[in-house]
Design a protein around this ligand. Structure first.
Ligand code: SF4
Ligand code: SF4
Length: 194
């Protein structure tokens, strides 16, 4: 382990999350590419298919065979397998014509947490856990035409903006640890500039 490497809840932390400026100002362009879900998340979504289908509109497919790609091995996923959602009519199979995710709509209808049925990658973006490191998905941000592009005066960091998402991933205690680490990182960079 590198001496400056920080691990919280078993996940490495990329310190750039404390300084990267970010704000979310569009209507979900990120969903146009689909997402990778864990094999278990894919199985869960299929297990509630009968409740998802009635939430869909004419721009979506109600044939479950159209929803996912073939699973592929990927160590970044808990089960060791990732399954991509298919793109239908230029958007994720689960995005409706109003730009709403039907998995989140169903969760709202059920009165459970809004992210209960969504793949964790959807929740975290534009953060990502890549090679077991919590970092910024700059590759996907860069290929999107609106994501984080039109706010040159933004002062909010991605860490501040995505507080709710980080707590969802790491819990309140993990988030508190992250805040302490952020303070150390920022104090360190201030000292370097003295
Ligand atoms: S994460 Fe980026 S692409 Fe997705 S809704 Fe926010 S600004 Fe838009
Ligand atoms: S599953 Fe929902 S949140 Fe995730 S990419 Fe598809 S529409 Fe967007």
């Amino acid at each position: 382990m590198k001496t400056n490497e920080k691990i919280i809840k078993g996940i490495k932390i990329d310190p750039n999350i404390f300084t990267f400026k970010y704000s979310c100002q569009c209507n979900g362009e990120c969903c146009n590419y689909g997402v990778y879900a864990d094999l278990k998340e894919h199985e869960f979504i299929l297990s509630i298919k009968d409740r998802i289908i009635p939430m869909m509109d004419e721009t979506q497919s109600t044939n479950i065979e159209d929803w996912f790609e073939e699973p592929c091995e990927d160590d970044d996923f808990e089960s060791g397998y990732a399954v991509g959602t298919e793109v239908i009519n230029g958007k994720c199979a689960f995005l409706d014509k109003n730009g709403l995710c039907v998995l989140q709509k169903l969760a709202d209808l059920d009165g459970v947490h809004k992210w209960e049925y969504k793949p964790i990658y959807c929740v975290l973006f534009p953060l990502v856990v890549f090679e077991n490191e919590l970092t910024i998905d700059t590759e996907h941000i860069d290929r999107l035409s609106h994501c984080n592009k039109h706010n040159p005066n933004c002062e909010t960091t991605i860490f501040e903006y995505c507080t709710e998402e980080i707590i969802h991933l790491m819990g309140e205690d993990g988030f508190e640890e992250l805040k302490q680490y952020r303070d150390e990182v920022l104090a360190g960079s201030l000292n370097k500039n003295d």
